[in-house]
Design a protein around this ligand. Structure first.
Ligand SMILES: *Cc1c(COP(=O)(O)O)cnc(C)c1O
Length: 395
């Protein structure tokens, strides 16, 4: 190993370990359902993004197995050479139908979709207005485009309007885009899309909503944009196939012209192999399940309300969530980590999230209830929260 690399790694890895910040990864020894096993110990799982339980759904498993038998295990090439199988076309048609848009294009992940789509339309002559709490993949996608990035205060419409006006009137930019998460993953609050659309119209902004945590959850499952009835107006609706949809992949839904452009210009589409037949078939099946019935979505919301009401009535601060994302704000960083550790010992898996991911003093344990948790599991979780909360003097 190069001397320089050795020094670099030693310095950085050691520093993280010394500060107790080196993230040791917990391995899950069972499928990622509502109850999992880790270190041989059973845990009620409140940490996955598997909102609807589709990651282990029998219908999806069956679709994946059939696809493997009929199509094999790999797509064989990038989409633009000959990796576009009938299964990929079907997935994209289904996505467009589900989202209420003219067309859709799929990618290998949500992360990669943001890398792909932003830099396909924005360049160094442009500006991007970006919510300060946007996801890391949006931040990286913006950087990759080399556009000027203008951060606005979280969901602060006055700040957004002021910065949009300045950018427009400066005459410095060919195009200006506004990018926001649909649902913010740390607090569970929803972007103010109606206001954002109004500002976008006033200043001719390109609108881009990354709805990774809204799809399958809001708008009867169709997402945050549908929730606001803006599916014909938002230019880019980004989603992931890995959270509520339960599989893997990402997509952009929008006008046909937008999708046509992305199919010839977005680099991960051109230079990285398409998702496997099993992925495409399982994701399509998931969307068909969601279009057939809102039952899973309703169960998710019912469970979320149950957990949030339970924690709130014990005196916990569950923040300002408007979605199933349920932060339990503990405060001090050390106590938060200790809280999460104690939950684990009692058989509840919920991760702590502390500074710098969230502001100092707002450390939290984030809970992700799903459609497939039973009331008994949630009751158990609430009882453990009560025990640990009292023990650590949080309630
Ligand atoms: C999770 C997430 C992504 C990444 O999606 P993957 O499909 O897991 O790569 C992108 N954007 C947002 C807002 C997310 O929450």
């Amino acid at each position: 190993m190069s001397e320089a690399l050795q020094q670099f790694l030693k310095k950085n890895v050691t520093a993280l370990r010394e500060h107790g910040l080196y993230n040791e990864i917990d391995t899950v020894e069972t499928p990622n359902g509502p109850v999992i096993k880790m270190n041989g110990k059973e845990q009620i799982n409140l940490s996955s993004n598997n909102y609807l339980g589709l990651a282990t759904d029998e219908r999806l498993k069956e679709a994946a197995i059939t696809a493997v038998k009929e199509w094999g295990v790999g797509a064989g090439a990038v989409r633009t050479i000959n990796g576009t199988l009938t299964l990929h076309d079907k997935l994209e048609e289904t996505l467009a139908h589900f989202k209420g848009t003219e067309a859709a294009i799929s990618f290998q992940s949500g992360f990669n979709c943001n890398m792909a789509a932003i830099s396909a339309v924005m360049n160094k002559h442009d500006a991007i207005l970006s919510d300060e709490l946007n996801h890391a993949s949006i931040i990286d996608g913006c950087r990759l485009s080399r556009a000027t990035i203008i951060r606005y205060n979280h969901s602060d419409m006055d700040d957004l309007r002021k910065k949009a006006k300045e950018a427009k009137e400066s005459g410095n930019y060919s195009k200006i885009m506004i990018i926001t998460d649909g649902v913010f993953s740390m607090d569970g609050d929803i972007a103010k899309l109606s206001d954002i659309m109004e500002i976008a119209k006033e200043f001719d902004l390109i609108t881009y909503v990354d709805d990774a945590h809204g799809s399958g959850v809001l708008g009867k499952g169709a997402g945050t944009v549908k929730h606001f009835g803006l599916e014909k107006e938002i230019d880019f609706q980004i989603g992931t196939l890995s959270k509520a949809i339960g599989v893997v992949g990402g997509y952009v839904a929008g006008k046909k012209l937008v999708v046509d452009w992305l199919k010839v210009s977005s680099r991960p589409f051109l230079f990285s192999t398409a998702v496997t037949p099993a992925d495409a078939a399982a994701a399509t099946q998931a969307i068909e399940v969601l279009m057939e019935s809102t039952e899973l979505c309703e169960r998710l919301w019912e469970n979320a309300r149950y957990l949030q009401d339970g924690l709130r009535s014990l005196g916990f601060d569950v923040g300002k969530s408007e979605t199933p994302i349920t932060p339990c704000i503990i405060g001090e960083e050390k106590t938060t980590q200790q809280f999460s550790r104690r939950l684990f010992e009692e058989g509840i898996y919920a991760k702590s999230i502390v500074f710098p991911t969230v502001p100092k003093g707002t450390g939290r344990v984030r809970n992700m209830p799903t459609a497939v948790h039973t009331k008994a599991m949630l009751d158990r979780a609430i009882a453990v929260y009560e025990k640990v909360g009292k023990e650590l003097g949080v309630i």
